[in-house]
Design a protein around this ligand. Structure first.
Ligand SMILES: [Zn+2]
Length: 449
């Protein structure tokens, strides 16, 4: 492949935003020069005042393949990723069939992904009630870490773990030195809430919100902090919704415990007060909470207690959202928004007068670190993969169905006016998306440790 040089006046580097030339050879970033430089034998591409961002890394995506490709799939999920400025997805081990709880299931996933991916990908392994013997083999087979649920995950086949089962699994997790990603809600507070709400109106968002109280998150996170301390294993709290847990998470970090935290665009953008009754498209677990909670999640990002933003892209077939009846009890819990995540977060940053480099830190660098990919992904730096996104931060657009690109064009972000347009996406130096269209054959590969 010819060497290329990408110039822009706004290259988003770890040390700041400014004019630079990124030299690319063999799919990797060979060097970064200050200003506009054209090395010998280089084809220059001048992107002018468009920003050049590192390809984003989404560590929380439900691709659902093999087994539930009517929900999503590698082809559609990676198209949505490329259009949204993501160059790496890490797939969650549930909702696919078989669930990724054994090496055999991981192999089935690899076979299913073959030739379909527009961006690179990796697969989290699952920790379930009875697969302790598979934890070490999954690490040897290349997964970057594991996911578990402390509560019923809404679907059969991927079993939740209780404290006793965690105690059996955690020595294996600790030995792997890989992170355990945890859906942190405990059943006790939810069951108590459900009993109180038996006769409530389940088309009201307030009913759904009351059914998933913050205490369920707080108790689960306290349990995981205690187990992290005891077993010396890496723990990552996925999709933090309640800002009430920030203080204890901050204390755990100050204590030096290896606990990391993510939140999601929907918790940072929407507030319960504005969700319409019957608006099941907003249903996710834990739930979107109130406006003051949303503001405190932003503070959690700015103070560094929350490490990263992941989409938790969790689609389903349209009928499962029960939009007609609007019954929050019956609707599938999960928000689809992969391709909208960057514009949503940039729109929020812009309103807060915060720089675009924060999105690179929270949506590329920190997630790459979580998935053990810092040596390849997440930054514009010499030696890393040339995963680059040309982004016009000043363009605004109305989010319409044709811009989503995932299998079912359902999302609570539809109809929003957002800032920041992804113009082009490059994976390992190759253009995969340009001006609204996909380029060439799928080039995405699996990233194993
Ligand atoms: Zn999820």
């Amino acid at each position: 492949m010819v060497r290329q040089a990408f110039f822009s006046t706004r290259v988003v580097l770890p040390e700041g935003i400014g004019p630079a030339t990124v030299v690319i050879a063999d799919g990797k970033i060979e060097a970064i020069a200050d200003g506009r430089v054209v090395p010998d034998d280089c084809q220059l591409r001048d992107f002018g005042t468009d920003c050049l961002l590192p390809g984003l890394v989404d560590t929380h995506v439900h691709i659902n393949e093999p087994g539930r490709t009517e929900w999503e799939g590698f082809e559609t999920a990676t198209r949505a990723a490329a259009a949204g400025g993501y160059t790496t997805l890490v797939d969650m081990p549930l909702n696919c069939l078989p669930e990724t709880t054994t090496v055999a299931a991981l192999k089935a996933k690899r076979a299913a992904a073959q030739g379909k991916c527009r961006v690179d990908w990796a697969a989290w392994g699952g920790v379930v009630g009875d697969n302790q013997a598979h934890i070490a083999p999954l690490a040897e087979a290349g997964v970057p870490g594991y996911k578990c649920f402390l509560i019923y995950p809404g679907i059969e086949g991927f079993t939740m773990v209780d404290e006793a089962q965690l105690r059996l699994a955690l020595p294996h997790v600790a030995a792997s030195r890989l992170p355990l990603l945890v859906h942190a809600e405990l059943a006790g507070p939810l069951e108590a809430a459900a009993a109180r709400l038996a006769d409530a109106d389940w088309t009201k968002y307030a009913t759904y919100l009351a059914s998933r109280p913050a205490e369920a998150e707080i108790e689960a996170i306290q349990l995981m902090i205690d187990l992290c301390r005891e077993f010396k294993c890496r723990v990552h709290i996925v999709h933090l919704s309640s800002a009430k847990a920030l203080a204890m998470l901050g204390d755990a970090r100050a204590e030096g415990l290896p606990v990391t935290v993510e939140t999601c665009p929907h918790y940072l953008h929407f507030a319960a007060e504005n969700i319409p009754n019957g608006g099941t498209v907003y249903k996710c677990a834990p739930p979107i909470r109130g406006e003051s909670n949303r503001q405190r999640l932003w503070e959690g990002l700015l103070t560094g207690v929350i490490d990263l933003i992941a989409s938790d892209h969790s689609p389903c077939p349209p009928e499962m959202k029960r939009r007609g009846a609007g019954d929050f009890r019956l609707a599938w819990g999960g928000i689809a928004g992969l391709s909208a995540s960057l514009p949503v977060i940039w729109t929020e940053l812009r309103e807060r007068n915060l720089p675009l480099s924060y999105s690179a830190r929270w949506m590329a660098e920190a997630p790459a670190k979580l998935a053990g990919l810092s040596g390849r992904k997440g930054r514009i730096a010499a030696g890393l993969d040339a995963d680059l996104v040309v982004f016009d931060p000043d363009a605004s657009f109305l989010l319409t169905e044709d811009r989503l690109h995932f299998r079912h064009a359902i999302s609570p972000y539809l109809g929003e006016r957002l800032f920041g347009r992804v113009k082009q996406t490059f994976v390992r130096g190759r253009e995969v998306f340009a001006d609204g269209a996909f380029v060439g054959e799928p080039v995405g590969v699996e990233l194993t440790r």
